[in-house]
Design a protein around this ligand. Structure first.
Ligand code: SF4
Length: 193
């Protein structure tokens, strides 16, 4: 997996953990050079921007990251992009998580459409994009043996993985994919198995 884009100038590694090289190396191995989408610092960075990441936020503090994002809805929405809200996470069930995954997929495609000013599905109509993303998600669920009607956390993680691949194959910009993937990873982190 590629290194985190923040690695070179990460304030946490270079400043906060300056006197603790062993800990820094461990975080680097588990997050920065493994899966930075799970890093709390990266989540805040991608959603709100570099200036909103507290120096003392540890990569494993995902709940705190979620709280920071929830407390800064205006900044998050300034990007005109969909972001998880506290309401989304309240009473989260596998079915609600599945619907949020669908919404996320739709929002990522919609944002791509707006940014690129081109048509991905042959129509810029939102209802059409919704219908197409639902159809594609169901098709992925069937292909990868995920029960769409009674999803599990593991099944939703698998769907997410395939949606990410498909979005990139469609030409969805990496930055949009990363942002939306982070929302779902955070959401699924709060879902019990
Ligand atoms: S994964 Fe987290 S800690 Fe590592 S460089 Fe990226 S933002 Fe910094």
């Amino acid at each position: 997996m590629a290194d985190c884009e923040c690695l070179e100038k990460c304030a946490f590694l270079n400043e906060a953990l300056k006197q603790m090289p062993a800990s820094a190396a461990l975080y680097k191995k588990n997050y920065c050079q493994a899966d930075n989408a799970k890093c709390a610092r990266y989540m805040v960075f991608k959603t709100l921007g570099k200036g909103r990441v507290p120096l003392d936020l540890f990569p494993n503090q995902t709940e705190r990251a979620l709280q920071i994002v929830a407390e800064n809805p205006i900044q998050a929405n300034q990007h005109g992009r969909w972001t998880l809200s506290e309401n989304d996470l309240a009473g989260l069930t596998p079915l609600k998580a599945r619907d949020l995954l669908l919404k996320c997929f739709f929002e990522a495609q919609k944002e791509t459409l707006v940014q690129a000013e081109k048509r991905i599905f042959g129509s810029a109509d939102e209802e059409r994009i919704k219908a197409d993303t639902l159809k594609m998600t169901k098709s992925l669920a069937t292909t990868f043996h995920v029960d769409f009607e009674n999803p599990t956390k593991i099944g939703l993680l698998k769907l997410l993985e395939e949606m990410v691949k498909m979005s990139l194959a469609w030409g969805t910009p990496q930055e949009i994919v990363d942002h939306h993937k982070n929302q779902i990873v955070r959401m699924l982190d709060t879902l019990h198995d």
